[in-house]
Design a binder for this molecule. Sequence first.
Ligand code: TRP
Length: 449
Amino acid sequence: MTTRILTGITTTGTPHLGNYAGAIRPAVVASRQPGVDSFYFLADYHALIKCDDPLRIQRSRLEIAATWLAAGLDPERVTFYRQSDIPEIPELTWLLTCVSAKGLLNRAHAYKASVDKNVEAGEDPDAGVTMGLYSYPVLMAADILMFNAHKIPVGRDQIQHVEMARDIAQRFNHLFGNGKDFFALPEALIEESVATLPGLDGRKMSKSYDNTIPLFSSPKELKDAISRIVTDSRAPGEAKDPDNSHLFTLYQAFSTPAQSAAFRAELLDGLGWGEAKARLFSLLDAELSGPREIYQGLIARPADLEDILLAGAQKARRIATPFLESLREAVGLRSFRSAVQAADTGKKKAAKAARFVSFREDDGSFRFRLLAADGEQLLLSHAFPDGKAAGAVSKQLQQGGELDIRPESDRFSLWLDGVCVGESPVYADTAARDLAIENLKSALAPQQD
Ligand code: TRP
């Protein structure tokens, strides 16, 4: 069974070395594993919650897209897209908003932190709190549930959001699933082994501490940043303590075990800090110079990046569009052309607009639905081992010919060459069943234009 992994990157800054080691590099490695189907996207709608500077939003989207590609993410292999290119996401957000308990969102850490701060300062509890911030977890739930992702690699601060996505999914399944789960229940994936890199001053590397090392800027800027790494005042020749040196921690995060063992021995042996910094620079520059060149190339050709991301959005929407359609149906946003009317207005019309919608099950198998012009489900196919097998059967059905339909009290099944290929829904009575059989026949009848 393939596992679907999905994660979003909020586009408000420029990635630094800490982001690279802590998130980007492990994600790129994970995306190459067999048996995973990964989705990476720029969470640019989320960025709007935190930032109202259009230039910064635009710049950051470009830089983050280029960074991930330069770091080796293969857009042919994974699905890489911008959240804001998928209109189904905000639409799903609304469907989910309508089943999300306000009490659940009241408990979100980010919102609570803002309220606590206001209360402490003697302000109105909701001062400066937008509905965007408040509803942040619902938008994130839509990101995840839109693609039925199973595993969500995130930092610890995001675990609560993934749990909320689970809660909201369960509620929707319960209300509208009718025995079938629309949404898989996602789980947060916390990479325990990935180190949080220390910054220049030894605290966690973070833009808010202004202690970052740049990722793909020039070698000179890399060298300058490294020269500002805080060390103790031991002179060259004096033994250094690698275990209490964040310079060593940084070195370790990018070296092989043999390299770091050698570096450790040199430090214990009295290597000067200036020399140690030069070693760290060559190590980092060796790893980053190739990707840096790719990055600069991508930034210089933003139109190419645009094409890559639009192709990614197209790939994502091949899943999102039919799925959202089935969710709209589920909540009652259906065409007014009822099954009865479709039958009345003549076979030709029904045949024209009937369609096959195929989808993948959690276990990796494929099915399709045959939907009538009005979106009513006429048939749900059996599971096929792959998309090709499912496609072959739906193609055969579309070619017309005598249909082997077998009524069974409140439902019917459809057979091809003596094999049952799908079932109808359950009908209230045999009259409704027979009407549905007529609809199915006219949907599959060859068009007579
Ligand atoms: N909220 C996440 C963060 O700040 C970004 C994000 C948005 C995300 N949507 C997501 C992460 C969906 C995982 C899945 O890090």
